[in-house]
Design a protein around this ligand. Structure first.
Ligand SMILES: Cc1cc2nc3c(=O)[nH]c(=O)nc-3n(C[C@H](O)[C@H](O)[C@H](O)COP(=O)(O)O)c2cc1C
Length: 295
C-alpha cells in the first residue's frame, strides 16, 4: 500500500503516522498561566533536538476534532516556562488520566494525583513522583498551521535536569536499565523499556566500518546470515585475517563431519557464525567464517 498524504483525512494522517513514527518518548508538561493556574498534560510529539544548546521540542497540536488549541500551548504563550517530567511505567496510567480534556483552570496535578514540587528556576511546579525532570525556558513557539492537527512546536531550552539518585551508578552515570521508560505508539499502544528488551549496538565510532560491499561474496549472499549479521560483520574497520591460534571445538566438528560436502559445511558454518554474532562475538564469528573461506 502506498498512501498519498494529501488524499487522507486529518484523522487518517494522524492514525498512520502515529503508528509508524513510534515509539515516542512522553513529555509530561507542567505549565502555568499568568494567573498562576497550573496545567499538566502529556505530549508524545516530543524529542531532543540539540544537546549544545540543550533543546527539546514538544507539540501541543490544534485539535483534529474541532481545531481548538490546548491549554498547555496557551500557557506557554503567557508564561514561557515549562517543566518536562519524563513518564516512566509507574506513572503511565495517571499520565493518561491527565490527558482528559478538563476545563481551563482545572489542575491536573490534583485530578491525576501527583505531588507538586517547587522548581528551582522556573515557575511551573515539577512532579515530585517523576524520576527525571527538565526545567526549561521556552525560546520560541512555531506554529505549523492553522488547521485541525497542525503541530505547534514549543521549542525549549533545558536549564536544569533533575535525576533521582536511584537511577545513578556509583560514578554518577545513568543506568539505562533503571529508568523504566514508557513510550507511545499508535492508537492505545504503549511500550515499556525493560532490561530484557534492551540491547546494545556497537557504535562505528571514528573508525569506518568496511561496509557490506566489501564482504566476500559467499558471506554477502548467504542464505543464513541476516542483514543484522552482515551489519555486524561489516562494522569491523579492517578485513579480518585468519588467526592461526584460533581454536574452536565446534568448528572442528563441523569441518570433520562435513568434509565431503562443502555446500552443507558452508550452511553449518554460517549457522554457527550467526549464533556467535547473536551473542555479540564478532571476532569469533569472523574466524569461523574465514575458515571456510580459506579452505
Ligand atoms: C501519552 C499521551 C501523549 C499525547 N501526546 C500528544 C501530543 O503530542 N500532542 C497533542 O496535541 N496531544 C497529545 N496528547 C493529548 C493531550 O495530552 C490532551 O489533548 C490534553 O488534554 C491536552 O491538555 P491541555 O489542553 O490541558 O493542554 C497525548 C495524550 C497522551 C495520553
Amino acid at each position: 500500500m502506498i498512501l498519498n498524504l494529501s488524499e487522507l483525512k486529518p484523522a487518517e494522517k494522524q492514525y498512520y503516522l502515529q503508528h509508524v513514527i513510534a515509539p515516542r518518548p512522553i513529555c509530561f508538561a507542567s505549565t502555568m498561566d499568568t494567573a498562576g493556574n497550573v496545567n499538566l498534560s502529556p505530549f508524545s510529539f516530543f524529542n531532543l533536538f540539540s544537546s549544545n544548546p540543550p533543546i527539546v521540542i514538544f507539540s501541543p497540536a490544534r485539535r483534529v476534532r474541532d481545531n481548538t488549541t490546548k491549554h498547555s500551548l496557551e500557557n506557554v504563550m503567557e508564561v514561557p516556562e515549562v517543566v518536562i517530567n519524563i513518564v516512566t511505567y509507574d506513572m503511565v496510567q495517571q499520565a493518561s488520566l491527565a490527558s482528559c480534556e478538563y476545563p481551563k483552570g482545572v489542575d491536573e496535578f490534583v485530578k491525576a494525583g501527583f505531588t507538586k514540587e517547587v522548581a528551582t528556576v522556573v515557575k511551573p511546579p515539577m512532579i515530585k513522583e517523576a524520576k527525571a525532570k527538565l526545567e526549561c525556558k521556552v525560546l520560541e513557539v512555531k506554529s505549523l498551521g492553522e488547521e485541525g492537527g497542525a503541530g505547534q512546536l514549543v521549542i525549549c531550552e533545558v536549564i536544569c535536569l533533575h535525576l533521582n539518585d536511584d537511577l545513578l551508578n556509583a560514578d554518577k552515570k545513568l543506568d539505562q536499565r533503571k529508568l523504566d521508560l514508557v513510550a507511545r505508539l499508535g492508537g492505545d499502544w504503549y511500550c515499556r523499556v525493560t532490561p530484557d528488551n534492551l540491547f546494545m549496538v556497537a557504535k562505528p565510532n571514528t573508525q569506518l566500518g568496511i561496509g557490506l560491499d566489501t564482504l566476500p561474496e559467499s558471506i554477502r549472499h548467504s542464505k543464513i546470515l541476516t542483514g543484522n549479521h552482515l551489519g555486524q560483520l561489516a562494522n569491523v574497520h579492517e578485513m579480518p585475517i585468519v588467526n592461526p591460534y584460533f581454536e574452536d571445538e565446534h568448528l572442528k566438528n563441523i569441518v570433520q563431519y562435513f568434509s565431503l560436502n562443502p555446500a552443507d559445511m558452508e550452511k553449518e558454518v554460517h549457522s554457527y557464525a550467526a549464533k556467535l554474532l547473536d551473542q555479540g562475538k564478532v571476532a569469533e564469528a569472523w574466524q569461523v567464517l574465514l575458515y571456510t573461506e580459506n579452505n
